[in-house]
Write a protein that binds this ligand. Structure first.
Ligand code: ZN
Length: 441
C-alpha cells in the first residue's frame, strides 16, 4: 500500500514536492515521478469540454502559465510557446475540475464528527481533489481554520480543492436573534449565510417565517447571499419570496408546480439537488453495490467499511422511519430535477458530502450518475457540475476552461459526453496549473 491516509495526493515533479514525497512514501511508490515542470504547460491533442455547454473542441490545445489558463482552442489556432512543456493527451477529454456547490469539510473523521481542524480540512480537500473535485462550497459548520484556508488559496502553488465557506448554520429563534447572528457571521466574511427551514419530517420545530425573513433581509444588507436548506415546496416558495438566493436541497414532499418554477426563474435562483444525500439516508440498510467499486474503495478507510457492513447497523437502518421516508422521497426529488432542468432553472451540482458516510469525492461522481438517471444529458450535467455550479456560488475564477481563469482541470480517459459515468476515468487532475499526484488510482 503506497498511501497511509485517505486520498493522499502529491504534486508531480514540482519545484518542492520531491522532498515531501520522500518523507511520506516508500520508494516503490515513486513511480512515474517526473522532472521539474516547466512554468508554461501545453496540453495538446485533447477533446476539450470547456464547461459552458458549448460543443467539444477536437483536437484542442490548452496552455497554462503561472496557475492560469492563457490560451485555449482548436489546435490549429493556438501557438505553443517554444519553452512550454508539451503534454499530448492522445484524444483524452479535458474538462474543468468539478465544483461541488454543497459540501461540508473538516469535521468528520471516519464516521465521527467533532474533529474540525486544519489538518483534517487539508486531508479532505486533498481527497476531493483526487476525485477531480477542485472546488467545494462548504455550506455550514465552518470554523476559523476553514476561513483561513479560503483566504490563502489564491496562488499558483495550490495542491488541493479550493474551499468556500458559510460559517455556522444559523438557527435563531427570534427575529432579534436573527439580526444578531447574521451580524456576527457577516463579520467573518462568509461566502454564504446558511439556514435550515425544515421540521425533519415533523420531528423538530421549524424556523418561523418572521425569523427567516429577518435573516434574509439582514444577510442582504451585508451583501451576503442566503443559501437555504429546505424540504417542503411551500416553505421554499416562501423563502424565495423572502429573498433566498440558493436552494441547497431538492424539493422532496411534492412535485414542483408552475408557481415554484416561476419563483426560481424570476430571479434566476439556482437549485442543488443533493440526490446522494437522500441515498445516504437509507443505502446502508444493506451493502451498497458501490462497496465493490475500486473507484470508491480507493478513497475509503477500511474501518469505515467494516462499520457500515455491520448487520446490526444495517438492520437498524431498515427499521428507521426517517430513512424509509427519505427513501420514498427520492423518486420525487429525481422527477423534480428533470422538471426544473427542462424548465431552464439553473442546476448547481452538489451532494451534501462530508457528513459521516457521505463520501467526499466519490459522491460527486455518484450524484452525476443519479442526475443522468433523472433524465439530464451528460452535457447538461457537466455544465451543472462546472460552469453553473461555479457561477451559482459566485466563484468567478474557476468552473470553466477560459483564458484568465485558474487552470483547474481534469483529464479523462473516456468521453463523458457518451455516458456521464465516464467521469470516473480520471487520468490527471490539475489545480492552479499543478498536476496532482494520485497514487491510489
Ligand atoms: Zn449540508
Amino acid at each position: 500500500m503506497c498511501a497511509s491516509g485517505t486520498g493522499q495526493l502529491f504534486r508531480q515533479g514540482t519545484r518542492r514536492a520531491p522532498l515531501l514525497i520522500k518523507n511520506l512514501l516508500p520508494l516503490a511508490c515513486l513511480f512515474g515521478l517526473s522532472t521539474a515542470q516547466a512554468q508554461t504547460v501545453a496540453l495538446t491533442d485533447a477533446r476539450i469540454i470547456d464547461g459552458t455547454g458549448a460543443a467539444a473542441i477536437y483536437p484542442g490545445t490548452l496552455i497554462m502559465d503561472q496557475g492560469k489558463i492563457i490560451a485555449i482552442g482548436n489546435t490549429t489556432d493556438i501557438q505553443i510557446p517554444e519553452d512550454a512543456q508539451v503534454i499530448a493527451l492522445d484524444g483524452k477529454t479535458l474538462m474543468p475540475g468539478l465544483v461541488n456547490a454543497h459540501g461540508h469539510a473538516g469535521g468528520v473523521r471516519g464516521l465521527e464528527s467533532g474533529h474540525y481542524s486544519e489538518e483534517n480540512l487539508l486531508r479532505q480537500l486533498s481527497l476531493y481533489a483526487s476525485y477531480g473535485v477542485t472546488s467545494v462550497v462548504s455550506l455550514g459548520d465552518d470554523e476559523e481554520a476553514g476561513f483561513r484556508l479560503r483566504d490563502t488559496q489564491n496562488h499558483d502553488d495550490l495542491e488541493r480543492a479550493r474551499l468556500f465557506v458559510a460559517g455556522p448554520v444559523l438557527n435563531p429563534t427570534t427575529a432579534a436573534q436573527a439580526l444578531e447572528m447574521v451580524d456576527q457571521t457577516a463579520a467573518l466574511k462568509p461566502d454564504f449565510i446558511k439556514i435550515r427551514v425544515d421540521d425533519n419530517l415533523g420531528r423538530t420545530p421549524k424556523m418561523p417565517a418572521e425569523v427567516y425573513q429577518a435573516v434574509s433581509a439582514r444577510a442582504d444588507s451585508h451583501g451576503i447571499p442566503l443559501s437555504v436548506h429546505t424540504y417542503y415546496q411551500q416553505d421554499t416558495k416562501d423563502l424565495l419570496r423572502a429573498g433566498a438566493d440558493h436552494v441547497a436541497h431538492s424539493i422532496r414532499d411534492s412535485h414542483v408546480d408552475d408557481e415554484f418554477i416561476q419563483l426560481m426563474r424570476t430571479r434566476d435562483i439556482c437549485y442543488t439537488p443533493t440526490l446522494t444525500r437522500e441515498l445516504s439516508t437509507y443505502v446502508y440498510e444493506s451493502e451498497p453495490t458501490f462497496f465493490s467499486d475500486p473507484f470508491f474503495l480507493a478513497g475509503v478507510e477500511a474501518d469505515v467499511l467494516t462499520t457500515l457492513r455491520d448487520p446490526e447497523r444495517q438492520q437498524r437502518m431498515t427499521q428507521n422511519a426517517a430513512a424509509q421516508q427519505y427513501k420514498a422521497a427520492l423518486p420525487i426529488a429525481m422527477t423534480n430535477l428533470k422538471t426544473l432542468s427542462d424548465a431552464g432553472v439553473r442546476i448547481a451540482m452538489g451532494t451534501d458530502s462530508g457528513p459521516a458516510a457521505r463520501f467526499q469525492g466519490y459522491f460527486e461522481h455518484l450524484e452525476m450518475w443519479m442526475m443522468q438517471d433523472a433524465g439530464m444529458t451528460p452535457m447538461q450535467i457537466i455544465k451543472s457540475a462546472t460552469a453553473d455550479a461555479a457561477a451559482c456560488m459566485n466563484l468567478s475564477d474557476t468552473g470553466t476552461l477560459e483564458t484568465g481563469k485558474w487552470a483547474d482541470l481534469v483529464v479523462l480517459g473516456q468521453n463523458p459526453l457518451e455516458d456521464i459515468r465516464n467521469t470516473r476515468s480520471i487520468k490527471q487532475v490539475w489545480i492552479a496549473g499543478n498536476q496532482l499526484r494520485r497514487p491510489r488510482f
